[in-house]
Design a protein around this ligand. Structure first.
Ligand code: CUA
Length: 368
């Protein structure tokens, strides 16, 4: 049996292993990995995906040709006992020109679309149909503002399908990185410096994003959610968010609070909560210090507060920037002991009892 035949037989014994690997790779679909970069759902992500696969295609071609030639040469020209020493040669101008020109051409095939994509990515989309959203990275949560609607929200970004979203990004404290793989790839955000990113969502749905630059001990718990909605549903959301602030300021007076200064600082023109427990929660919200850092209005919300806007906190899927599912139990746990959930977070332990936490949860649940 020839050497080549023996090698082929040996390799064929590994075939079942290759099949298993193939099945495993095929089973790993995008749904199981919501932050995959391999399932683009927006124009910018598609540009990046195209560049990736252009590069991979050329790399695979080079790999197959070079390794194929190598393997062929190993077996075809293998020395046998008793062979004479092969002819010794040095240099071949023609071959050297060929193996210089071909890689240069391949690199050009990759470089041209890459440079074009870089310029396209760095364009700032303009026009009446562009929705500008301001993104501010905080340790460790995301603030989103919609100047067009005067709305502020946190950790959950709503966008209309088919309308280009132009992100004006910055950071409150340290460098973070906005990473939304299915729509827009990744871009760093800095204090005192604006960076831009844009994308157009193609399909309604929920998408995951994450801070992608180490920004402190809870960097790993700085996620955000994007909800892409049909334009009509998005408009409904905008209109609803505006009503969250439409309560008369007098509503806050209903809370027997001693802290009217804080109330106005945070713009907490709170809604009249339903039920005794919620009313008790409202009082606690105003007296326990929550109101010093969190606003409960989305429309014309005060800027520069330390904590995330809570206008629609009751409706969010997660709390603490993707850390916990927004259940009553988790919310109460977070309120009572944020440092246990997310050590190092700015939110202090405020000495809230179990019953007080229940009341605060009931109050926050009314904000959705
Ligand atoms: Cu913010 Cu990492």
């Amino acid at each position: 049996m020839s050497l080549a035949a023996r090698a082929v037989r040996r390799l064929s014994r590994l075939a079942p292993l290759f099949v298993v690997l193939l099945v495993l790779v095929a089973a790993a679909c995008a749904r199981d990995y919501p932050q995959t970069t391999l399932a683009p759902k927006g124009d910018l992500a598609r540009i990046e995906d195209d560049i990736f696969f252009t590069t991979v295609k050329w790399a695979v071609l080079v790999f197959v040709l070079v390794e194929g030639a190598l393997v062929y040469a190993i077996f075809r020209f293998r020395g046998k006992p008793g062979d004479a020493e092969p002819e010794q040669i040095h240099g071949n101008t023609m071959v050297e020109i060929i193996w210089t020109v071909i890689p240069a051409l391949i690199l050009a095939m990759i470089a041209v679309p890459t440079v074009k994509a870089i310029f396209k990515e760095n364009e700032t989309p303009k026009g009446p149909n562009v929705l500008t959203v301001e993104v501010i990275g905080h340790q460790w949560w995301w603030e989103f503002r919609y100047p067009e609607y005067n709305l502020t929200t946190a950790n959950e970004l709503h966008v209309p399908v088919g309308r280009t979203v132009s992100l004006k990004m910055g950071a409150y404290d340290v460098i973070h990185s906005f990473w939304l793989p299915e729509f827009a790839g990744k871009r760093d955000v800095f204090p005192n410096r604006e960076t831009r990113l844009w994308f157009t969502a193609e399909e309604p749905g929920e998408y995951s994003g994450q801070c992608a630059e180490f920004c402190g001990i809870q960097h790993g718990r700085m996620a955000f959610r994007v909800e892409a909605q049909e334009p009509a549903a998005f408009q409904t959301w905008v209109d609803h968010m505006k009503t969250l602030a439409a309560q008369p300021a007098a509503a806050a007076v209903a809370a027997p609070s001693t802290d009217s200064v804080h109330t106005s600082t945070a713009g907490a023109t709170v809604q009249q909560p339903a039920g005794d427990l919620a009313a008790q929660g409202q009082k606690l919200f105003l007296t326990k210090g929550c109101v010093g850092c969190h606003s409960l209005v989305a429309y014309n919300a005060p800027q520069g507060l330390l904590g995330p806007n809570l206008a629609n906190v009751g409706a969010r899927t997660y709390i603490a920037a993707g850390t916990l599912k927004n259940t009553d139990e988790n919310l109460a746990h977070w309120i009572r002991n944020p440092q246990e959930v997310k050590h190092g977070v700015l939110m202090p332990v405020l000495g809230v009892t179990e019953d007080e936490a229940k009341a605060l949860v009931a109050f926050l649940r009314t904000h959705q």
